[in-house]
Design a protein around this ligand. Structure first.
Ligand SMILES: Nc1nc2c(ncn2[C@@H]2O[C@H](COP(=O)(O)OP(=O)(O)OP(=O)(O)O)[C@@H](O)[C@H]2O)c(=O)[nH]1
Ligand SMILES: [Mg+2]
Ligand SMILES: [Zn+2]
Length: 334
C-alpha cells in the first residue's frame, strides 16, 4: 500500500530545525515543566476528556493556546487539578506535534475544514451492505481523504446478513484495498470481532461512514465499554445520528485504539488539491500516463476513457473519479 506525505496541521509548523532524535521538540515553558502528558479521548461541549495515566481528567483549553484546538487523538500537556475528581477542571497548555490529521469539509464548497481525528494511522471506512444501501462514491471520497492524510484505509463491510459482499469486495479488493466483512451476529457469536481486531492491533483507527451503517455496533463488539446504538429509519433508510461525538476507546489487549465518530452525510474534500485525488484511484492512475499534460481527466483527450474501454478498470470508477473532481468545483448532490 502506498502511503502519501504526512499533512501536518498548519499550526504545528513551529518545529525547530535541530530536532534531537525522533522526539518532537515542543515549546518548553518553565512554568509548565510539571505538565502531565495526556491523550484526548473525546470533546464534549468544549470540555476535553483527557486520559492521563489511568484517569480521565476533564480539561479546557488554556488561553495561551489561542485558536489552536485539540481534537480526539491529540497528545496534550495538561496542568492544574489532575485528580480526575468530579467537578474539577484542568487546563491544556500544549498540543503536541501530530503524526497525521484527518480532515473533512461538510461539503465540497465549504471553506471551513474541520479536523476529525489527530494521530490516527488507519481509516476504517464502514459501509453497510444494505440498510442503508452502500454508496461507492462515499467510499471513494473516504479513500481520497485517507490517502491524503497518510492513513491506511481498511474497508469494513457490515450487515452481511442482509446482502452479499462479493461485488464490493471484488472491486475494492482488486486494487489492493484491505477489507473485512462482518455482521452483528458474527460479531457477537462468531469470530468477526477477532478478525477485525487483528487488523487494528497496535494502531489508532478512526471509523467513519454514513449514519446507521453500524460503526458503534462494531466498536462495541471490539472494546469493553458500550455506547448507545441506533435504529435505521424505515422510511428514509438513514440512521438517526445516534452518535454525536467522536470517542477513542482502547482495545482490550491494551495496544491500539478505535475511534468511533458520528455518521456523515458526505465527506467534503474541498481542502484537497485536485491533482492528488487520482492517487486514491490506483486502478486508474497508471492509465493517466497517456494523458495530456495537466489533464483534468474530464476532457476529450483524457486517456482514461481508453483505459476503461480496454478493460483495465471498472467504468464506474472513472465515473466516480470524474464526479468527485467536478463536485469539487460546483455544488452537486452526492
Ligand atoms: N441487520 C443488521 N443490523 C445491524 C448490523 N449492525 C448494526 N445493525 C443495526 O443498525 C443500526 C445502526 O447501528 P449503529 O451501530 O448505531 O450505527 P452507527 O453507524 O453507529 O450510526 P451513527 O452513530 O448514527 O453514525 C442498529 O439498529 C444496529 O443494531 C448487522 O450486522 N446486521
Ligand atoms: Mg454510532
Ligand atoms: Zn486524463
Amino acid at each position: 500500500m502506498r502511503r502519501y506525505g504526512k499533512n501536518p496541521d498548519e499550526d504545528d509548523v513551529r518545529v525547530r530545525p535541530n530536532r534531537k532524535g525522533n522526539r518532537p521538540r515542543t515549546t518548553i515553558r518553565p512554568k509548565h515543566e510539571d505538565a502531565a502528558e495526556g491523550f484526548v479521548l473525546t470533546v464534549d461541549r468544549g470540555r476535553l476528556h483527557v486520559l492521563i495515566e489511568d484517569r480521565t481528567v476533564v480539561a479546557m483549553k488554556a488561553r495561551e493556546l489561542g485558536r489552536k484546538s485539540a481534537v480526539v487523538g491529540d497528545r496534550v500537556a495538561v496542568v492544574g487539578d489532575l485528580s480526575g475528581a468530579k467537578d474539577t477542571l484542568a487546563r491544556i497548555v500544549r498540543v503536541e506535534e501530530r503524526s497525521s490529521v484527518l480532515r473533512r469539509t461538510a461539503d465540497d464548497d465549504d471553506p471551513y475544514e474541520r479536523v476529525v481525528v489527530a494521530n490516527a494511522d488507519q481509516l476504517a471506512i464502514v459501509t453497510a451492505l444494505a440498510d442503508p444501501e452502500p454508496r461507492p462514491r462515499l467510499i471513494d471520497r473516504c479513500l481520497v481523504a485517507a490517502f491524503d492524510a497518510g492513513l491506511e484505509p481498511l474497508l469494513v463491510l457490515t450487515k452481511s446478513d442482509l446482502a452479499p459482499a462479493e461485488k464490493l469486495m471484488e472491486s475494492y479488493g482488486s486494487f489492493g484495498i484491505r477489507y473485512v466483512v462482518t455482521s452483528r451476529e458474527e460479531l457477537t457469536e462468531g469470530d468477526a470481532a477477532d478478525r477485525v481486531r487483528e487488523k487494528l492491533e497496535g494502531r489508532i483507527t478512526a471509523f467513519v461512514g454514513h449514519s446507521g451503517v453500524g460503526k458503534t455496533t462494531l466498536v462495541n463488539a471490539l472494546v469493553e465499554r458500550q455506547r448507545a446504538t441506533g435504529h435505521v429509519n424505515a422510511v428514509t433508510g438513514r440512521g438517526r445520528h445516534t452518535t454525536t461525538s467522536a470517542l477513542a476507546l482502547p482495545l482490550p489487549t491494551g495496544s491500539g485504539w478505535v475511534i468511533d465518530t458520528p455518521g456523515v452525510r458526505s465527506f467534503g474534500l474541498n481542502h484537497i488539491d485536485p491533482s492528488r485525488v487520482i492517487h486514491a484511484f490506483p486502478d486508474l492512475e497508471p492509465g493517466t500516463e497517456g494523458c495530456p499534460r495537466a489533464c483534468s481527466h474530464d476532457e476529450p483527450d483524457c486517456a482514461l476513457d481508453a483505459w476503461v474501454t480496454d478493460g483495465h478498470a471498472d467504468p464506474q470508477r472513472l465515473y466516480s473519479l470524474r464526479r468527485l473532481l467536478s463536485t469539487r468545483e460546483r455544488r452537486e448532490g452526492d
